[in-house]
Design a protein around this ligand. Sequence first.
Ligand code: GTR
Length: 327
Amino acid sequence: MKKFNTMAAALLASVAFAGAAYAECEVTLRSSDTHPAGYPTVAAVEHMGALLKERSAGRICVEVFHSAQLGEEKDTIEQTKFGVIDFNRVSMGPFNNIIEETKVVSLPFIFRGTDHMHRVMDGPIGDEILAAFEPHGFVGLAYFDGGSRSFYNKQKPITSVDDLKGMKIRVMQSDVFVDMMSALGANATPMPYGEVYSGIQTGVIDGAENNWPSFESSGHYEVAGYYTLNEHLIVPEVLVMSKASYDKLSPEDQALVVQAAKDSIPVNRELWAAREKESEDKVRAAGVEVISDIDKTPFIEAMVPVYEKHAGTPKLQDLVTRIQATE
Ligand code: GTR
């Protein structure tokens, strides 16, 4: 009871504080992120909020709920669709089962590197994919960096596709990634990000896959001591707004939102580059064994059935061809 009272008092105090911070705003829009304070995506959305507040002369504010305070990505996407959450910064992955165009930019090895991903997403293909969110109840606003994702596990150094055989590897909740793991001979376990640490610790899964900053900030490196830099995925992160929330704004305010989101992209990219390096240094210093001498060809070749299944229609095949043809 005492504990409950203390918690209730703390909660009331934080609500009162938030109330004071946003008291002068006409509208306070809520934004969700699974990452902790200071993470490049969280900081970029905060930057967007600051721009919006300034450009609307203090009328429109954005409150960023980091660290999955509003829930895990798949659930927050639902809430965003219905306008319970106004903005959401998520990976493309959890959108795969809802918006088919997002599957194409989530395919393993679709991008040749981060620069290629930027050139594609900054151009007409990126705009086309942002537009694909609208019929599903979202306004696609901006892409953020998510680096490249690689495998980590607690058992052994993975140096080849063969080493993955039979291992239980967590993936994001998307059929693309489930099939990606099957094609590599592993057992995919789709689960929310917040359950991965204990999943590895208790042996429910052997490992997972992610980029340097997530591997580090989640603490997964504390329980998974082997990281193989096979870089199978470069999945753009996306900032969306609930169409229901967007439609409540005047056309002028909608334009302010769109522009502020665009202006947060360079901020994200700069922070991301720095964080990738910092996270790598921290993980290496903690003694994680990093396997970087790896032949990617067998991993790439194993992905043929994944492309056939998830980008087999003429429309999606055409997107794949255009992405591959982008210099
Ligand atoms: C991170 C990404 C998150 C989330 C997470 C995951 O790299 O930034 O949005 O998708 O991976 O694996 O669930």
